[in-house]
Design a protein around this ligand. Structure first.
Ligand code: DQA
Length: 144
């Protein structure tokens, strides 16, 4: 399967950013870790990170050409980007929402996800393992 993993704003600063919440590993560490798992080896995985809403929307649209599933950590866009929500709803590609932290148990504004309803699942609070779980959810959902 061709899988697109999208990370939104500020996730390029993983490893430096609020390490008490997000840990010490960088986004590159996370990518290497996932690539080394047996589950990932049978998939063609593309990683994309952007701090810009429009760029995230554009890559979701581009995914219509060749992508079987999307894993997205929209960062703070999770809580208010109707535009990213609409992009996911428009392309009709199975999408899993992933968060490193447990957004249910943080500030009140983080409890709301405007993305959740257009995704097949929401995974939160598992750290990097959430991306692996996202892959498992997509594998199960998408027929061979
Ligand atoms: C996050 C949670 C969001 O609330 C936050 O804005 C992020 C990261 C997470 O992975 O836990 O940037 O999506």
């Amino acid at each position: 399967m061709k899988i697109l993993i999208i990370n939104g704003p500020n996730l390029n600063l993983l490893g430096k950013r609020e390490s008490d919440i997000y840990g010490n590993e960088t986004l590159t560490d996370l990518e290497s870790w996932l690539a080394a798992t047996p589950e990932a080896s049978s998939h063609d995985i593309e990683w994309f990170q952007s701090n810009h809403e429009g760029e995230i929307i554009d890559i979701i649209h581009d995914a219509m050409k060749n992508t079987d599933g999307i894993i997205i950590n929209p960062g703070a866009f999770t809580h208010y980007s109707y535009a990213i929500r609409d992009a996911i709803a428009s392309v009709n590609i199975p999408t899993v929402e992933v968060h490193l932290s447990d957004i249910e148990n943080r500030e009140a504004f983080r409890k709301v996800s405007v993305i959740k309803d257009v995704c097949i699942d929401q995974i939160k609070g598992l750290g990097k393992t959430g991306y692996l779980k996202g892959l498992a959810v997509l594998t199960k959902h998408i027929p061979d």
